[in-house]
Design a protein around this ligand. Structure first.
Ligand SMILES: Cc1cc2nc3c(=O)[nH]c(=O)nc-3n(C[C@H](O)[C@H](O)[C@H](O)COP(=O)(O)OP(=O)(O)OC[C@H]3O[C@@H](n4cnc5c(N)ncnc54)[C@H](O)[C@@H]3O)c2cc1C
Length: 425
């Protein structure tokens, strides 16, 4: 990083800024916010709506993010390097597998799972995304679509993060219309033979197992999931270069050329795109929560900055136009928090619909993107320095806005529900 300000240890930096008599010059130059712990945004006391258990797990992850993620993640993001050092530490938290029950998974409430996604994203959206890919998409696919043997084999070791999972749905020519994927699987003796290509696969080049969605030619070409293990001959993975969001999470292009996998690696209970859609509905709730965390990070850092940075003889937070922006951010974040709480509650009751998850993903990813832009603006030039946190969230908000269904796709899902007319094609 190119900061002229030394990257001080959390305690030292905060102590210096808060020291009575600290010079105004010191405060003005000390724009390195890495490692500062900001007051939490909870304007409507939503904390009181959480159970003790939910609050405890949220606090544990929050503390972990403050201590272990935020202080180290900027350089990983800048170098576009996966932070392997976090894998065993996150495994130790006992949160992987989230709301999945049995098979060594923690069986948390969906609300707790959403709070975890928000906290991880408050630290870094690459981290929340690879946990979402591994724990939500890959493990979720095995949980929803796997037979008993597949669940017993894969889920416990994935919950311990001894094996990393990825989720391969999107193709070079099939993004929003992923229900029309073209990758095929054909049965040949005790194997399936896969041909086709996948794009944008998070962890695709690192994962021990990728859940690949393909057309099963022996089942009328219906979509099914296939577990493709690392090192399978005929599978090539290439890291996509030049990605300017979620930089510490690699995304890969995968190709399958007569790639032969054991027949028992076909997910036993997947017989249509319906199972894929069930997994995506579950994870869209998690993405909405991650977008909330992304927005909270921007607001909390910006509020602290605006009360400290002086222009025209007073803190910029004392100017009406800045207050208007901060209050708008707070308003949107409070609404997002309430929506996440309600969705988590509905999910726990088994009542959350796909359209409700889509509306939340649409709202939260749209608002997070705008909140990050306002935060970046309030920080002026300092807003584009990695040391001030917001630019990383600003870039990452762009990816969250597009993945797991763009704003247009979520709109069409909800539009179909309220009008009864599908307008996708
Ligand atoms: C960082 C990142 C990580 C990802 N990780 C994964 C992963 O791990 N696994 C995986 O399988 N996929 C992954 N994806 C893929 C992601 O889900 C797709 O990018 C997303 O679904 C959109 O597809 P697309 O990028 O091909 O855009 P396109 O489908 O080409 O869309 C381009 C534009 O056209 C609009 N559009 C498309 N159809 C319509 C329509 N009917 N009406 C109106 N507008 C329309 C879209 O909304 C968008 O604005 C990832 C993507 C990103 C960016």
């Amino acid at each position: 990083m190119t900061s002229t300000i030394p990257n001080l240890h959390l305690g030292e930096q905060s102590a210096e800024l808060m020291r009575p008599g600290a010079s105004r010059e010191t405060a003005a130059r000390s724009t390195n916010l890495v490692g500062e712990v900001f007051p939490r945004v909870d304007f409507y006391a939503i904390d009181e709506l959480l159970s003790d258990e939910e609050r405890a797990i949220r606090d544990k992850v929050r503390d972990f993010v403050d201590r272990e993620v935020i202080p180290i993640i900027g350089p990983y993001w800048e170098r576009a390097e996966f932070p392997w050092e976090l894998v065993p530490k996150i495994a130790e938290l006992g949160i992987v597998g989230g709301a999945l029950r049995g098979y060594g998974c923690p069986g948390l409430s969906p609300l707790a799972d959403g709070l975890i996604a928000a906290e991880l994203a408050r630290g870094d959206a690459s981290v929340s995304t690879w946990i979402g890919v591994h724990s939500g998409l890959a493990m979720g696919s095995i949980y929803v679509g796997g037979n008993e043997e597949q669940k017993r084999h894969w889920l416990p070791q994935m919950a311990r993060m001894e094996k990393l999972g990825a989720f391969g749905l999107t193709e070079p020519l099939r993004g929003s219309d992923a229900s029309h994927i073209e990758t095929t699987a054909r049965r040949d003796g005790n194997s399936y033979v896969l041909n086709g290509a996948k794009r944008w696969i998070g962890l695709g080049h690192l994962a021990d197992v990728v859940v690949v969605w393909a057309r099963d030619l022996d089942n009328d070409g219906k979509v099914a999931g296939f577990l493709v293990e690392k090192g399978t001959p005929g599978v090539e993975a290439h890291l996509m270069a030049g990605k300017m969001a979620l930089r510490s999470l690699g995304n890969a292009d995968l190709t399958f050329t007569d790639a032969r996998i054991p027949a028992e690696n076909r997910l036993g209970n997947t017989n249509s795109f319906r199972e894929t859609a069930i997994v995506l509905t579950m994870t869209r709730y998690g993405v909405a929560c991650a977008a909330l965390g992304n927005a909270m990070a921007c607001y909390e850092a910006t509020l602290a900055y605006a009360t400290r940075r002086e222009q025209f003889g007073k803190p910029i937070a004392g100017h009406q136009l800045i207050q208007q922006k901060l209050v708008w951010m707070l308003n949107e974040i409070t609404a997002m928090q309430l929506i996440c709480w309600r969705l988590g509650t509905l999910m726990a009751q088994g009542k959350m619909t796909a359209e409700q998850a889509s509306l939340a993903k649409l709202n939260h990813s749209t608002k997070a993107r705008k909140i990050a832009a306002e935060a970046r603006d309030i920080m002026g030039g300092n807003g584009i320095l990695l040391d001030n946190l917001v630019i990383r969230h600003f870039n990452d908000a762009e990816a969250i806005y597009s993945y797991e269904g763009t704003a247009e796709v979520q709109t069409l899902v909800v539009g179909r529900k309220i009008t009864g007319i599908q307008a996708f094609a």
